[in-house]
Ligand binder design. Structure first.
Ligand code: TMP
Length: 208
């Protein structure tokens, strides 16, 4: 069976990691070899960059530095984990990919999509996900969900609500430009219901 590269995008607290874990078990039950990974991060070097951008004060980086760090991490991750896994016939489930940089740094921080597209081209070339799930949630509800988490990776969550609202609009916009290879899911639904919708979509598209 051909390998597939599936990414999960959405605002804070949209439930991406829970859905990735549920999907992983369902794919394993079908005999599929799965690699679950995340961005920023996913390899030891990329995880070092993750810590730099996800912790500390909101204003600690210039927006462009932040974007460069995201793509630096993505370069490491794509070259050393994503591409080799796909070449070995594995399915890769990735918690965020370049659409997050387009949303957070491109539209959230206002760097613009043209600049982000240029960075993408230089750092990871033409690679595209086979399918993107956009988990859509009201930013207020999403942020509330993250409140109970005990983590110091809260730099983006601390950004104001107008920033998070821009992200939601950005992701919904990308789902339209990427419509053939993406699905928007209402992430305020019950967790198993969302997982069923995701799995049905995958069964249908990839004929598993
Ligand atoms: P996570 O909490 O979903 O693991 O993601 C870590 C944070 O990094 C999250 O707040 C979103 C942010 N982020 C960006 O700003 N740009 C990116 O390109 C990526 C991948 C994540």
């Amino acid at each position: 069976m051909a390998s597939q590269f599936i990414t999960f995008e959405g605002g804070e607290g949209s439930g991406k990691s829970s859905q990735i874990n549920l999907l992983k078990s369902k794919l394993i039950d079908k005999g599929i070899d799965v690699v679950c990974t995340r961005e920023p991060g996913g390899t030891p070097s990329a995880e070092i960059l993750r810590e730099l951008v996800t912790t500390g004060e909101v204003n600690k980086w210039e927006p462009m530095t932040e974007a460069l760090l995201m793509f630096a991490s993505r370069h490491e991750h794509t070259k050393n984990l994503i591409i080799p896994s796909l070449e070995n016939g594995k399915w890769v489930l990735c918690d965020r990919f370049y659409h997050s940089t387009y949303a957070y740094q491109g539209l959230g921080h206002g760097l613009g999509l043209e600049a982000m597209e240029a960075l993408k081209k230089i750092s990871i070339g033409e690679i595209e996900p086979d399918l993107v799930f956009f988990l859509d949630i009201d930013p207020m509800d999403g942020i509330k969900r993250t409140m109970g988490r005990h983590t110091n990776e809260d730099r983006f969550e601390k950004m104001d609500i107008s920033f998070h609202t821009k992200l939601r609009d950005a992701f919904l916009g990308f789902s339209e430009t990427y419509s053939e290879n993406s699905v928007v899911i209402n992430a305020s639904q019950e967790i198993n219901k969302i997982s069923d919708i995701i799995f049905e979509e995958i069964e249908k598209r990839f004929k598993i």
